[in-house]
Design a protein around this ligand. Sequence first.
Ligand SMILES: NC(=O)c1ccc[n+]([C@@H]2O[C@H](COP(=O)([O-])OP(=O)(O)OC[C@H]3O[C@@H](n4cnc5c(N)ncnc54)[C@H](OP(=O)(O)O)[C@@H]3O)[C@@H](O)[C@H]2O)c1
Length: 260
Amino acid sequence: MHVLVLGGTTEGRRVAELLCGGPSALGAGTVVVPGLRVTSSLAGRVAAPRTPPGDVRIGGFGGTDGMVRWLCTHRVDVLIDATHPFAGTISCHAAEAAARAHVPLLALRRPGWVATSGDDWHRTASLAGAAALLPALGRRVFLTTGRTGLAAFAALDDLWFLVRSVDRPEPPCPPRMQVLLDRGPFTLDGERELLRRHRIDVLVTKDSGGAATAAKLTACRAAGVPVVMVDRPPLPDGVPAVATAEEAVEWVRCARTAMP
Ligand SMILES: NC(=O)c1ccc[n+]([C@@H]2O[C@H](COP(=O)([O-])OP(=O)(O)OC[C@H]3O[C@@H](n4cnc5c(N)ncnc54)[C@H](OP(=O)(O)O)[C@@H]3O)[C@@H](O)[C@H]2O)c1
């Protein structure tokens, strides 16, 4: 049985680890589901990706048609879309390609973040919406929406930006900006110190969910810093979804049992 995992996320790597039964899974050498071939697909955006166990392919498929071809040529039996909640294009391609190639598809989406008492969150549907909210909220912005899409903030020449991303952003960017190249997980102490040192008075983040990058929200709550939260795009219609890698593995196990 060939499982293709569309990854580039902590969850995608975790699924591959569990399915391959590597050292960080349920114990060294454990085979969670017997008779599997696992391929993880990465977009190739990050210069030095953390590669998961099993086979790895890197780069786009060439749209929906290319993904259909890949699924058929490589005899993929089940497809798991474990891409980032904001990677909307690949998720749409996966839904269409899986339907056309008659390959069962499961989406793995970590739950979004939920505001608690003391949070001052401003929800918006897009990066452009976030840019429109900023001038009324602060002057020194901590921008953690990733290295793409900075064009949305490029006209805000009155504001200063601390941009944190894994790889260096490409122009167009805000004119007054400092780049901090870093990759999570981030600690609460570290995030507090960052807010303090750069005198941050507003944070912009996507509603990515997950623990690895949640400390910035706790730090903002404690410091009374408002947060502009960009909402996720919806999943394609009709795609079943689970919230954890363990549930995805269970889905694969059921699919394996159902196979002739
Ligand atoms: N968006 C984020 O905030 C974010 C954050 C962390 C990680 N990531 C990861 O980074 C990758 C790219 O994100 P994005 O927002 O640029 O995606 P996107 O806009 O949904 O996808 C753009 C194109 O990139 C290719 N692609 C994306 N994910 C791929 C994958 N896992 N394997 C092979 N090709 C892939 C596809 O090219 P073709 O049409 O040629 O197939 C797709 O049409 C995703 O895999 C995602 O999990 C994204």
